[in-house]
Design a protein around this ligand. Structure first.
Ligand code: WT7
Length: 651
């Protein structure tokens, strides 16, 4: 396999850190022996394990069999009937959690709004009634295109309460991408807001929705939250659009009840990038997803009743779904929800939020950590971070330097770090250390979570020896796994279950060390990870070739200190198109307009032609080396025209 996606160097990294006795004394899982015993039970007696571990999740009807596996389709908690919003809200109303803060919202300008579990429940019930009154029924799809406001969470939970699968689209996506997603799932209603605040600027979400849904017939209603007020100029289109709180006021209050659904009822669809131009609608269902996120949140973040937990991910990504909404709320946790950018008004914002709300658990991404490192050690030093007790990392490999900085300057050498590996498809954390149970190592994600059998194998599915690189696979189904790709079961089968015999293929390269710890190197397929955002090279390429000046395009990743990977595109132009710097700018802009600003190429390079095999396949491997400015070590014997390489280097 190739590991050209490797970010940072891992070879010399052999430091390890034990959790402090103070941490261990309170930890839910406080020794390696306890982890080992539970892990053993989870794989050898899964019925016993899951029966006990899901006992607090309120099932209307308990499950009669744990799972059914007809490869590649799994069902979990057979016969269970429940509603996720009851597990996240109603179940807390009869306990002291009722009056505990569920959400502490920090707006970008700095206001705070706290919603207790009772208040959040009330708002979700009211909005459920509003959606039902607008005609949303069990099984209908609802698209959510919003910023980081409590109503985004309320919207998700109201959909869950109806049994109407939501599809949240990250607010950074452009109209075209939003349209594709709404179209693909056939959403009936769209929830949005006039505008979101980002770095002091207004992101005009409603205007983007207007452009996206123009030609979509399935969309009957657009519900608009007035985040910015009247002056933001969000025009409501008569008959289609309705103000969020007008919809609540007009609703029949008797319509707020929770629909009890089957455990395998779809909970949501979340689009993610794959190796073709078309995003994949990853489908998650009710009971298994809830069980997976509930359990991982409890044990990986070692949740205690007095924790103030802050996951900085956007609700538009899977981390926002699993660890901002369903996992923490099903555990009755207090969650910080921050609306804005980490550098608004300055690079001290995160640390001020931690001080202000006495945050105890922080879950963020390596790309953010690397951005903080660049701004210097003074920023975190200015705030009181003594409330923190646990740190988490997710989204991409964390380089040991960033890990060490996080440990020293944020955790003050006191807080364990959990480096959690998982994917949109896995629904919940699969590889991690449990913070009170085992030592951690910079750059390693650690061990499998309960019920997870991970292995590093060859293309043929053979386990590779310790220390050697290979493909990361999961050897058996797990409760929170995706059930299919919405509307494309064939693609589900092909992408995940046929590549490696008898296993789920993650798309990642990894190795396992002598302690059994996994080191995930990064994607080995045509998927990039730019600032923790998954981007398919094929999506970028199809956006580029849609431009009138472009004949052919190839997108590759280049290692980048800040973003993990930077996006480099090689473009050949149509005849008579002058290769000007201005055109480079316009092509980068074009991609940003088609997909979203986060996908804007970092560098556009013109080429006479692209390196291809004799059968006409673009050799991305060579382009990657050129983008990285390194000599190609790989085999070029299949390259059709060697001159192409020389030209590209000169460019
Ligand atoms: C891909 C999944 C998981 C939620 C956010 C991203 C990479 C994720 C880690 C980690 C190394 C990681 C993998 C994975 N990744 N976490 N701790 N160490 N790599 O979700 O967009 O579905 O991307 O992110 O390459 O396959 P996603």
């Amino acid at each position: 396999m190739n590991d050209q996606n490797a970010i940072g160097t891992y070879s010399a990294e052999n430091r390890s850190f034990e959790p402090s006795p103070a941490f261990v004394s309170r930890a839910r899982i406080a020794s390696r022996a306890q982890y080992d015993a539970l892990y053993k039970e989870s794989v050898e007696s899964p019925e016993t394990f899951w029966k006990r571990e899901t006992s607090d999740l309120v099932f209307d009807t308990p499950w009669s069999a744990l799972s059914e596996w007809k490869p590649p389709h799994a069902k979990w908690f057979i016969g269970a009937r429940l509603n996720v919003s009851q597990s996240c809200l109603d179940r807390h109303l009869t306990t002291a959690t009722r009056d505990k803060a569920a959400i502490i919202w920090e707006s970008e300008p700095g206001e705070t709004l706290t919603l207790t579990y009772a208040a959040l429940h009330e708002k979700v019930v009211a909005f459920t009634a509003a959606l039902r009154t607008l005609g949303v029924r069990k099984g209908d799809r609802v698209a959510i295109y919003m910023g980081m406001v409590p109503e985004a969470v309320i919207g998700m939970l109201a959909c869950a309460r109806i049994g109407a699968p939501h599809t949240v689209v990250f607010g950074g996506f452009a109209a075209e991408s939003l349209r594709d997603r709404i179209n693909d799932c056939g959403a009936k209603v769209v929830l949005t807001q006039d505008g979101a605040l980002r770095r002091g600027n207004v992101v005009p979400l409603k205007a983007t929705v207007d452009r996206a849904v123009e030609t979509i017939e399935t969309v009957e209603k657009v519900v608009v939250l007035r985040r910015l007020g009247a002056e933001a100029g969000s025009q409501l289109r008569a008959g289609r659009d309705i103000d969020w709180y007008d919809a609540v006021a007009a609703a029949d209050p008797a319509q707020g009840h929770a629909e009890i659904v089957d455990g395998e009822h779809p909970l949501f669809i979340l689009y993610t990038s794959g190796s073709t131009g078309k995003p994949k609608g990853v489908l998650h269902t009710t009971a298994g997803y809830l069980a997976g996120t509930h359990l991982t949140t409890k044990y990986v973040f070692d949740l205690q009743d007095d924790d103030v937990y802050w996951c900085t991910a956007d609700v538009g990504w899977i981390t926002g779904h699993s660890y901002l909404v369903y996992g923490p709320l099903s555990n009755g946790a207090t969650c910080v929800l921050y609306e804005g950018a980490p550098n608004q008004p300055d690079w001290g914002r995160f640390w001020q939020i931690i001080e202000k709300h006495r945050v105890t658990v922080l879950y963020t991404a390596p790309t953010a950590i690397r951005a903080f490192i660049r701004q210097g050690n003074d920023w975190p030093a200015k705030s009181d971070l003594s409330s923190l007790r646990l740190l988490g990392s997710v989204g991409e490999p964390i380089n040991p330097e960033a890990w060490m900085w996080y440990r020293e300057h944020v955790g003050k050498n006191r807080c364990p770090i959990v480096d959690t590996w998982w994917q949109t498809e896995t629904g919940a954390i699969m590889l991690t250390t449990l913070p009170g149970a085992s030592f951690t190592k910079p750059g390693s994600t650690g061990l499998p979570f309960f019920g997870v059998r991970a292995e590093v194998v060859t293309q043929e599915g053979q386990k590779v020896p310790t220390g050697e690189g290979g493909l990361l696979v999961l050897k058996q189904p797990w409760p929170s796994m995706l059930r299919t790709i919405y509307g494309d079961d064939e693609r589900y089968r092909e992408q995940y279950w046929t590549e490696i015999p008898g296993a789920y293929f993650t798309g990642d390269g990894a190795r396992q060390d002598a302690d059994g710890y996994f080191h995930v190197v990064g994607r080995i397929d045509d998927v990039l990870n730019v600032s923790g955002h998954r981007i398919g090279t094929a999506e970028i390429e199809s956006a580029l070739v849609a431009h009138p000046a472009v004949a052919e395009a190839a997108a590759v990743g280049r290692p980048d200190d800040l973003k993990g990977q930077a996006l480099v595109v090689f473009v050949t132009l149509k005849p008579n198109q002058p290769a000007t710097p201005d055109l480079k700018k316009r092509l980068a802009e074009h991609v940003a307009n088609e997909i979203g600003k986060f996908a804007r190429p970092d560098s556009v390079r013109f080429a006479e032609s692209l390196p291809k095999t004799r059968s006409g396949k673009i050799m991305r491997r060579l382009l990657k080396d050129i983008a990285a400015g390194i000599e190609t070590k790989g085999d070029v014997s299949t390259l059709e025209d060697l001159n192409v390489l020389a030209q590209l280097r000169e460019e």
